[in-house]
Design a protein around this ligand. Structure first.
Ligand code: ADP
Ligand code: MG
Length: 900
């Protein structure tokens, strides 16, 4: 039951009515749509053999792009008619249908049946619609896809062939037969703008083909294309169908003609075959073609040059003559020959089908007109459906059986579908002709326009030339007249002059020539001298101008310079004003804060902790000199609460302002001996020293150096300062300082260090003495006082070391050239300076090694003066003692005859 189900089998051999195979070019489309296969049962069991018939040697290679397809056969049982109901009432039906198995059982006798399978088994209840769908619709769809298709009805007269195919359904649309429904589907699918549907309607009777659309046309010849094998009827009327209504009218007309013809020929329609041919011509649109174009970039031009691809397909619907054998005796009034001829076509069809079904080598296609007509439909290149109609009556069992056998044989016939596609070269040629004509016309038009343009330009150029020539001639004429006039005038003037000269000559006869010459000479000389004077004047003026220009330039540059200076001054003034106003604000703020502080102290609120460092400074600031005990305690208290560590950390702050303030606080704290140890322990001294090196701000230098000076009074701190490279840092600070107060602080610090016995060599080695001496050039008495103190301290320590035997050799002060300054300032007006120097001189003089240098440096005189005049009794005595105890000094005094 199952093999080959659902589709046309793909076989390599097939039968053909033609007996030969042809190849078609463009059959690329797969056979059919799936939905169209409803009729295909695929049953292969039973009497129907699934193996297709084949013509010997007629095989088709796979390249022969046809699609194989077996002839589909459906069987339709007509319901009992009234007569049969009565007549056959006592007999059982001769057939039994099993539509669910697509089987038909034919009763042989009361106890035996034969079973046949068909592609479709349609009971007496099958609707016309269903019959159309299973029998014809797949063929119609195939035709619309470009394949030829055939639908045939075969059966005994009165079994419903015409009912199945040709009912118009005018009273009840449900009755519409296959032809009407097929046309409806075709018209619904085609586009009447690009496609065409045309129809021929014919009758075949006694081997004569009559045109049912034109009854006068009663012997139409069949033409076969030897190449393609296509069958055509050039003589038949072909009517183009544009709507269903006109088609129905055409059918009615054909039917009327058939009736008239049969009456005229004294025939019955059941003895003739009716053939409806529907030609469908469809153009294949570009989209369908795209797959066939090799490369995608087909230009528009190429598209227009490509002929339209058209698919031509033909649907043939054949309502065959009744299959019952006609009475050989010619009972219907025909001769035997006639009787033979009447059924010739049908029996030839039967023979061909047998041959095809049996795979016979010879298929007698040429035996009849019907087989010739159907050679491309049945067993040819078309898709074919056959509906065999049977009646239920057991009286016609024989005919029914023969009909069934015909159907069974037909099922074995294999068709090869071929797509009927061809290029419409004619219409392309027409199109190209039109295009060519258009191009020729266009070219002619352009040629004409070009020539017109040339003509126009030539005209224009000629006009221009003649205009220019005219203008030129006019101008020449004008010029000529002008010169002529001028010429005449000058001739006239010359004549007048000549006349006048003639007259003058007559008057001056007496004047002597000599006089005239003398006069002329005088005039000439005068002229020369005047010219010279004028030239001189000009030169004079020229030099004056250059002079003026020079002075102007220098004046200008002077002015510019002054302007620049003025601008600088203004800028500086502005800056200073800014600074003044800033200082004023600061002053205001500070005084306000100090007032506040004072008030708080007055109110007895020393416990209040100021919130900011700023207020701490303002509180700490007055402490150096003026704070009372109570205030000092309060500062100490504040310092406790804010935290020394915090203040010291602020020394390293990024903000210069904060840094200055922090250093000030530390300096103020360092002024108090009680705080000093804590500061040093917290690393304050190191931070201060580091600040000298890292900061560029002189205020910071000054304040830090002050604090270091204070801390340098303590011996332990001195050691720390020395080990931290303090001398170096202090020397550097001194070298860069502008402010005498900074120098004072630095000198003070070094002076303190000079008082330590341990550091004599190191201090000197690191340039401490040189640094001190370097500061004297500033001349400020405060600085000088500190320098002097340092030198005195150093001298005292040296003296002590020499006395203790720890030092030999000249004083390092003398080595470093301090003696000159000492001597020069020994009589300094400022008493602190003077005192320190006097002491220093005394210390130096106590050692013989220094005596010689002191004598040459003039120190001896100062010592003598001190020993005599010093207001401080102790120093005076010290000087005296020193002098008298030095043999060198005494010898020198003697040498100088000074009585000492
Ligand atoms: P045929 O063309 O084969 O000679 P017809 O089509 O003329 O047979 O049918 C003969 C009679 O049977 C008609 O009257 C027709 O209406 C009727 N007939 C045929 N088939 C059916 C059917 N399936 N249902 C009802 N009536 C039918
Ligand atoms: Mg009929």
């Amino acid at each position: 039951m199952a093999s080959g189900g659902g589709n046309y089998r793909n076989v390599t051999h097939r039968n053909s009515l033609k007996g030969t195979t042809t190849t078609t070019a463009a059959a690329t489309k797969p056979a059919v749509k799936n939905k169209s296969l409803s009729m295909v049962g695929g049953a292969s069991s039973g009497p129907r053999k699934s193996c297709p018939g084949s013509l010997g040697g007629g095989g088709t290679s796979k390249d022969d792009a046809g699609v194989p397809g077996r002839v589909r056969v459906a069987v339709r049982l007509r319901p009992c008619n009234a007569e049969e109901s009565v007549a056959d009432a006592d007999f059982a039906d001769c057939v039994e249908l099993q539509p669910e198995f697509k089987r038909l059982k034919l009763r042989k006798n009361n106890w035996d049946t034969d079973t046949y399978e068909f592609d479709e088994v349609l009971t007496e209840f099958a609707s016309q619609k269903r019959v159309y769908e299973v029998v014809a619709k797949p063929v119609v769809e195939s035709v619309l896809d470009g394949y030829n298709g055939t639908v045939m009805a075969y059966g005994q007269t009165g079994t419903g062939k015409t009912y199945t195919l040709g009912r118009l359904g005018e009273e009840d649309t449900a009755d519409r037969g296959i032809i009407v429904r097929a046309m409806e589907d075709i018209l619904a699918d085609v586009s009447l703008e690009t496609d065409s549907v045309s129809v021929s309607y014919l009758q075949l009777y006694m081997e004569s083909l009559q045109d049912l659309l034109d009854p006068t046309n009663d012997n139409i010849s069949i033409v076969e294309d030897p190449k393609s094998g296509d069958v055509s009827l050039p003589g038949a009327t072909l009517v183009e169908i544009r709507d269903q209504q006109s088609f129905l009218e055409l059918l009615r007309l054909g039917e009327a003609h058939r009736y008239a013809a049969n009456t005229r020929l004294n025939t019955e329609s059941s003895r003739s075959h009716a053939l409806l041919m529907v030609h469908v011509k469809r153009s294949v649109n570009d989209r369908d073609l795209d797959h066939s174009s090799q490369n995608g970039n087909t230009t528009n031009m190429a598209k227009t040059l490509r002929p339209t691809l058209v698919r031509k397909a033909k649907l043939v619907v054949v309502d065959l003559a009744g299959s019952e054998r006609i009475d050989k005796s010619g009972s219907e009034g025909h001769t035997l020959e006639e009787a033979k001829s009447i059924n010739l076509s049908l029996s030839a069809l039967g023979k061909c089908i047998n041959a095809l079904a049996e795979n016979s080598a010879h298929v007698p296609v040429r035996d009849s007109k019907l087989t010739r007509l159907l050679r491309d439909s049945f067993g040819g290149t078309a898709r074919t459906s056959l509906v065999i109609t049977i009646g239920p009556s057991p009286r016609h069992r024989g005919e029914t059986a023969s009909t069934i056998m015909f159907g069974q044989r037909a099922m074995k016939v294999e068709n090869m579908l071929k797509l009927k596609e061809e290029f419409d070269y004619k219409s392309l040629a027409r199109k190209l002709d039109i295009q060519l004509d258009q191009l020729i016309m266009e070219h002619e038009r352009k040629q004409k326009a070009f020539e017109d343009e040339i003509e126009r330009l030539t005209m224009y150029a000629q006009n221009q030339i003649s205009e220019a020539e005219e203008n030129y001639a006019n101008a020449m004429e004008k010029e000529r007249l002008k010169y002529q006039k001028e010429y005449m005038e000058s001739i006239k003037k010359l004549e007048e002059k000549w006349m006048m000269n003639q007259q003058k000559q007559g008057e001056r006869k007496e004047a002597s020539a000599a006089e005239e010459v003398a006069e002329l000479k005088r005039l000439h000389n005068k002229e020369i001298s005047l010219r010279k004077a004028a030239e001189e004047e000009v030169n004079n003026l020229k030099s004056q101008i250059t002079q003026l220009k020079k002075s102007e330039a220098s004046a200008n540059s002077e002015v510019l310079k002054l302007q620049k200076m003025l601008e600088d001054e203004a800028y500086r003034k502005e800056k200073l004003e800014g600074e003044i106003s800033m200082l004023q604000t600061q002053l205001l703020r500070l005084s306000f804060e100090s007032d506040e502080t004072r008030r708080r102290f007055d109110l007895g609120g020393p416990r209040k902790v100021p919130g900011s460092l700023e207020s701490l400074i303002s509180k700490a600031r007055p402490q150096v000199n003026d704070l009372g005990n109570e205030e000092k305690a309060s500062i100490a208290n504040l310092f406790e609460q804010v935290g020394l560590q915090k203040i010291l950390s602020l020394i390293e702050a990024e903000d210069a302002d904060v840094q200055v303030h922090a250093v000030k606080v530390v300096a103020n704290l360092a002024a108090e001996e009680s705080n000093q140890q804590k500061i040093v322990e917290a690393g304050g001294l190191k931070s201060l020293l580091a600040l000298l090196g890292s900061s560029k701000d002189e205020t910071i230098h000054r304040v830090a150096a002050g604090a270091i000076a204070n801390l340098a009074m303590n011996e332990t701190n001195q050691e720390l300062i020395m080990s931290e490279g303090g001398i170096n840092l202090l020397s550097m600070t001194a070298a860069n300082a502008q402010d005498p107060q900074t120098l004072r602080m630095v000198a003070g610090a070094i002076a303190n260090l000079c008082g330590n016995d341990k550091f004599q060599n190191k201090l000197r080695g690191e340039g401490g003495i040189k640094a001190l001496l370097g500061m004297v050039k500033c001349g400020h008495p405060d600085v000088l006082a500190q320098v002097a103190r340092g030198i005195a301290n150093f001298a005292k320590c040296e003296s002590r070391a020499s006395t203790q035997g720890n030092k030999t050799g000249r004083s390092l002060l003398i080595e470093d050239g301090a003696l000159l300054w000492i001597v020069q300032n020994a009589i300094n007006e400022a008493s602190p300076i003077r005192r320190h120097i006097e002491l220093a001189l005394c210390h130096l003089a106590q050692h013989e090694v220094n005596a010689k240098d002191m004598i040459t440096g003039g120190a001896l005189w100062e010592l003598v003066r001190i020993s005599r005049d010093c207001s401080r009794e102790d120093i005076k005595n010290l000087a005296h003692r020193t002098l008298t105890s030095s043999p060198t000094f005494l010898a020198e005094l003697r040498r100088l005859r000074i009585d000492y």
